[in-house]
Write a protein that binds this ligand. Structure first.
Ligand code: UD1
Ligand code: CA
Length: 492
């Protein structure tokens, strides 16, 4: 029988991140659906710790509020002054006197770290019975990072920060990723001996390795297979580079699982989104938040989905969709805006230049062109003509409109809520409907058309319109006031 692991996770998130030049603390910057801190905590989950401590400092309230949202069981610990990573871990351990076994420490700004890597680091550390193990990486450009210094036998001797390193040490390309596993007792002892005798006058966590090695304690190095995982984020350019790497990682995983991504370089899928095999995402599209896309759905090009649900076989073309559900085989776009509370049933259609909000569109119903549909229920098989506006707002309150099954609303209608159009009813084009149209009725609110004979020639004499009217009169004198049928055949 295996015992529950005795492990504690410590995430360092107290720093300001000066080089971000931001009012937002660095660890709260977003990266494809999670904050930097959210990504690190996600990876840290693989350590299966019984406690997670997050060291906060700069804008602590903001970081704590976010932590309470994403991982309420984690414990924030305040580091009032950011006197270095060693100081931060010392404060964290003071808050967990009961900690036993392994302490896993993670910098809060290393978001590409994979859970598998954390698990492997912890396993290697515990199997080797080392007192401390550092995750290292071989990189082409080690600038700004701590160097892993080994002796001739290849054993770790110390970790040296770049600003404290000799030219020879700076030439080393094996760097400290800022992720570690420690034996808690050895760590506590070494932390008590840290000095601030370095270029920044801070207590460096990295000095623990040299202190332990000096007294003959076993210290280890675990080299990450993929150095990208160990990249930190110190400014906006690095954040953008990390975002592109994560985009590729996420896209590759979805493609391997059967999703077609037509242009991976312009497709941005949050780590929180879910896609089924045979979904297709065309170029320039963003799939954000809790969005789910079912099998056979085609998204894009040029489409943004935020917290959306897209059913099997649906099509969403050049649209912006937020908090909306698109039913199976429904079609949306191009150039449409679906807002929260929109629910499109199976095989329904929302066409070009249509905005919807709090709107239910029934099975097979159509809103094909140029409409606003706010606070509405549209029945199955109903047809909403081009340019129809659901006027839901009276200046004070919002009201609801109901259109029954298979009703037909003519083009350029305004439905003034609260109002109801019954099942199978028709509304004549150009109507302003403020009263119920009962089921099966035709509602018309237009004035009778009146034609003023000869008006253009008399009142707009000398214009091109008057000239055209005169020509028409000369060619077809008998049909000038004729009905549509007669004039339609004229001249054929
Ligand atoms: C650190 C390492 C360096 C390593 C690099 C990897 C040290 C001394 N150096 O350098 O060897 O190569 O990470 O990215 O550890 N923090 C606190 N309290 C503090 C200081 C920092 O919580 O007093 C937090 C920061 O918010 C950050 C993390 O610790 O999340 C790392 O701090 P940072 O200043 O970015 O360290 P680096 O200079 O990058
Ligand atoms: Ca850093």
């Amino acid at each position: 029988m295996s015992q529950a692991p005795r492990r504690t996770v410590v995430v360092l998130a107290a720093g300001e991140g000066k080089r971000m030049k931001s009012a937002t603390p660095k660890v709260l910057h977003p990266l494809l659906g999670r904050t930097l801190l959210g990504h690190v905590l996600g990876a840290a989950g693989a350590a299966q710790a019984s406690r997670t401590v997050v060291v906060v400092g700069h804008r602590a309230e903001q970081v704590e509020a976010h932590l309470a949202e994403i991982q309420p069981e984690a414990t924030p610990v305040l580091q009032e002054q950011q006197n270095g990573t060693g100081h931060a871990v010392r404060i964290a351990l003071d808050a967990v006197p009961e900690a036993e076994g392994t302490v896993v420490v993670l910098n809060g700004d290393v978001p590409l770290l994979r859970p598998e890597t954390v698990a492997s680091l912890v396993a290697a550390h515990e199997e080797s019975k080392a007192s401390a193990t550092v995750l290292a990486a071989q990189v082409a450009d080690p600038v700004g990072l701590g160097r892993v210094i080994r002796d001739d036998a290849g054993n770790l001797r110390q970790i040296v920060e770049e600003r404290d390193a000799s030219p020879e040490q700076r030439a080393v390309r094996e760097v400290n990723a800022g992720i570690y596993a420690f034996d808690v007792a050895a760590l506590r002892t070494a932390l008590g001996k840290l000095s601030t005798d370095n270029d920044q006058g801070e207590e460096y966590l990295t000095d623990v390795f040299g202190l332990l090695a000096e007294v003959g304690q076993p210290v280890g190095v675990f080299v990450a297979a993929d150095p990208d995982e160990t990249l930190g984020c110190n400014d906006r350019a690095e954040l953008a580079a990390l975002r592109a790497l994560l985009r590729d990682r996420v896209n590759t995983a979805w493609m391997r699982s059967g999703v077609s991504i037509m242009d991976p370089a312009t497709t941005w899928i949050d780590v929180t989104a879910r896609l089924e095999p045979d979904a297709v995402v065309d170029q320039n599209s963003q799939v954000r938040g809790t969005t789910t896309i079912a099998a056979g759905a085609v998204i894009g090009p040029d489409t943004t989905l935020v917290d959306a649900v897209v059913g099997a076989g649906a099509t969403v073309l050049r649209a912006h969709v937020v908090g909306a559900q698109v039913g199976p085989e429904a079609t949306v776009g191009p150039y449409s805006y679906l807002r929260p509370g929109t629910r499109l049933a199976r095989k329904s259609k929302v066409g070009g230049f249509v905005e919807t909000k709090n709107a239910e569109v029934g099975e097979g119903a159509k809103v094909p062109h140029l409409s606003y549909v706010g606070d509405a229920t549209i029945g199955a098989q109903a047809n909403i003509g081009a340019g129809t506006i659901f006027a839901n707002y009276d200046g004070v309150r919002k009201h609801r409109t109901t259109v029954g099954d298979a009703a037909f609303v003519g083009s350029d209608t305004v439905l003034i809520a609260p109002v109801e159009v019954g099942a199978g009813a028709y509304v004549a084009a150009g109507s302003a409907v403020a009263k119920e149209v009962p089921a099966g009725n035709l509602g018309v609110t237009r004035a009778q058309q009146r034609n003023v004979d000869g008006w253009t020639v008399r009142r707009r004499a000398g214009t091109v319109s008057a000239e055209a009217a005169e020509r028409a009169a000369a060619q077809q004198p008998a049909e000038r006031h004729g009905d549509a049928d007669a004039s339609g055949d004229a001249g054929r």
